[in-house]
Write a protein of this length. Structure first.
Length: 341
């Protein structure tokens, strides 16, 4: 177990330093022999806990006195999330609830997942909520892909659970490798800055405490904590686009173009998020020039809008101000522009 754990850890350490690989592996081998396993485990656990706590505090993900609903499938990411939040809730003073959604895609394995999460919560005296749906049936009735419908139904359940508990935030187990995949997927779809910033630490009622760690670090954490997560065979099914990106595209890009691909894509997302935040604040100031309050509503000034830079025109209909005015993105972008005078 320790040898396997070392291998995962050292593969992560040398990511981006391919030329130093042989040297680092020799150093790692000596270091692994010189330190007791128990001490190694404590060091790994403390390091990851410290980073997650600092990330959560920096982005106000776990406010004092808040209710947090942690989405848990039983896999490594979500099980590590629950374990980490369970260890932080006393120090950070928030209430923790666990929610599990059964997509009904894997027969008895799905039922075992739900039982596993329920028993895990019972062993820690954590409040547990569960829900489920026939995803394939919903796809047959309404169309869409299994991925899209699964996500829609899962988040509908999570939001309903959060509402029932009362003003709860939803915590998910997304990590840095998920972030890199999202950047690539959005790039392949032709997204602009808004899409390429990918997932944010906090978006509306969703918080992502693990967005500061990688998949490899989560595996290390699970091993060190003796967690025994469930395995979802569908995560290896390359019929799903995200899985193809994960198992085929990213390994190819990492091997042939950039060994540090994950960190590069995550850094790109953070840079674009900062740019988007600045552009958003600038756009909001211009919004009042395009939509002027008049009597009980607002009057849209197409002449002013048409003179703005195309980057501002593209962003303006998606801003909070326009939604508050009742002007939708599709209405503004439809054109041609007509003067309100």
């Amino acid at each position: 177990m320790i040898l396997c754990l070392h291998q995962v850890e050292f593969e992560y350490i040398i990511d981006g330093y391919e030329q130093w690989g042989p040297f680092l592996r020799r150093v790692a081998k000596v270091a692994g022999k010189s330190r007791p396993a128990a001490k190694n485990n404590k060091w790994r656990i403390a390091m990851i806990r410290s980073r997650v706590r600092e990330w959560a505090e920096r982005h106000a993900l776990l406010p004092q006195g808040s209710n947090i609903v942690a989405a848990c499938s039983g896999g490594p990411d979500s099980l590590a999330l629950v374990d980490l939040l369970d260890g932080l809730r006393q120090d950070l003073h928030f209430n923790l609830f666990i929610a599990h959604f059964d997509h009904g895609l894997r027969g008895e394995d799905s039922t075992r997942d739900a039982d596993f999460v329920r028993q895990f919560c019972e062993s820690r005296k954590l409040p547990f909520r569960s829900g489920g749906a026939d995803v394939k049936g919903e796809v047959r009735r309404g169309g869409g892909s299994i991925e899209e419908v699964s996500r829609l139904l899962r988040y509908r359940f999570l939001y309903q659970t959060a509402a029932e508990i009362g003003e709860a935030l939803i915590a998910t187990g997304h990590h840095r490798d998920d972030q890199a995949e999202t950047v690539l997927l959005n790039l392949l779809r032709g997204s602009g800055e808004r899409g390429l910033r990918a997932m944010r630490p906090r978006q509306g009622g969703i918080v992502r405490p693990l967005l500061c760690v990688t998949r490899a670090e989560i595996e290390i954490y699970c091993c060190s904590r003796n967690l025994q997560p469930r395995t979802d065979a569908t995560n290896s099914n390359i019929d799903f686009k995200r899985n193809r990106v994960r198992h085929e595209l990213i390994p190819l890009l990492r091997q042939q173009y950039n060994p540090a691909l994950t960190e590069t894509l995550c850094r790109t997302a953070e840079i674009l998020a900062d740019d988007h935040e600045f552009l958003g604040s600038y756009v909001e100031r211009l919004a009042s020039q395009c939509a002027v309050r008049e009597n009980a509503g607002y009057r849209f000034n197409a002449d002013v809008f048409s003179q703005l830079h195309v980057a501002v025109q593209r962003e303006l209909p998606q801003g909070d101000f326009f939604f508050a005015c009742g002007t939708t993105a599709s209405a503004v972008s439809a054109g041609p522009w007509r003067s309100s005078h």
